[in-house]
Design a protein around this ligand. Structure first.
Ligand SMILES: [Zn+2]
Length: 265
């Protein structure tokens, strides 16, 4: 097992706000309200053919930002401003509650109390989930898998930490998650693991890029703080394949226009 980092005692070197998308937070989730209606379900967003990313904005008027937004995610990260960002102030001190395959991704829901502090604002970790292959690219490079740690503040602001995966050693937390694969769709399964496991999902260096973006899934809401960690962590080739199989498709939204956004590092 990899070395565990005690975030409460180490000055973390990276603050990444990565905003991805996910449904559990205080973000309007247009599809959940009618998820059990077969008629509406036929128009549910997805990743292929007539419900794929190019069509999201036409599936539901609430998804208009997916085509109209000017700060959409994911992007190809090319740093534009070196300002020596403050260390990331992560305190993942609790652990997880459950996991679910929601039809778009595999998501681990958290117990309350895992926090990220940015500029005096506390964000609570709500869940993390996976994309295979990665959504964001770093200097033109794609990764075989990316995890998004979705945080929300008390007033509903979002911050996402993105962690890239490369092929290598097994990740112990993924092993724990995968014991329950295949998951029945949309059925939350109890999955409790400790903060030590949770922290194996972060690299030893927390250096990061920071920029403003959006959810990468409908409704593509903006004003999401993205924190993309520079250093990838490893998962075995088999684990990455198992995650892709469980998700059942490539679930990466295509790269969006940067529109001269400032990418800080
Ligand atoms: Zn995501």
């Amino acid at each position: 097992m990899r070395k565990i980092i005690t975030h409460s005692t180490i000055a973390l070197t990276a603050l990444f706000l990565t905003a991805c998308s996910q449904n559990e937070i205080k973000v309007p989730e247009a599809h959940e309200a009618h998820a059990d209606s077969p008629t509406h379900h036929a128009k549910h967003w997805g990743y292929s053919a007539n419900v794929g990313p190019k069509h999201w904005s036409s599936l539901n008027e609430k998804f208009h930002m997916c085509s109209e937004g000017k700060q959409q995610s994911p992007i190809n990260l090319i740093p534009t401003k070196d300002i020596d960002l403050a260390p990331l102030n992560i305190n993942y001190t609790v652990g997880s509650k459950s996991e679910i395959n929601n039809g778009h991704t595999v998501q681990v829901n958290m117990k309350s109390g895992n926090t990220l502090n940015i500029d005096g604002t506390t964000f609570e970790l709500k869940q993390f989930h996976f994309h295979t292959p990665s959504e964001n690219h770093i200097n033109g490079k794609s990764f075989p898998m990316e995890a998004h740690f979705v945080h929300a503040s008390a007033d509903g602001k979002l911050a996402v930490i993105s962690v890239m995966f490369q092929e290598g050693a097994e990740n112990p937390t993924l092993n724990m998650m995968m014991k329950k694969f295949p998951l029945a769709k949309n059925q939350e399964q109890k999955l409790e693991f400790s903060k030590d496991y949770l922290n194996t999902m972060l690299p030893s260096s927390l250096d990061y890029y920071e920029f403003m973006g959006s959810l990468t899934t409908p409704p593509c809401s903006e004003q999401v703080r993205w924190i993309v960690l520079k250093k990838p962590i490893s998962a075995s080739k088999e684990q990455i394949a198992a995650m892709h199989k469980e998700i059942g498709m490539d679930n990466n939204r295509p790269i969006q226009a940067s529109n001269q956004r400032v990418i800080e590092e």
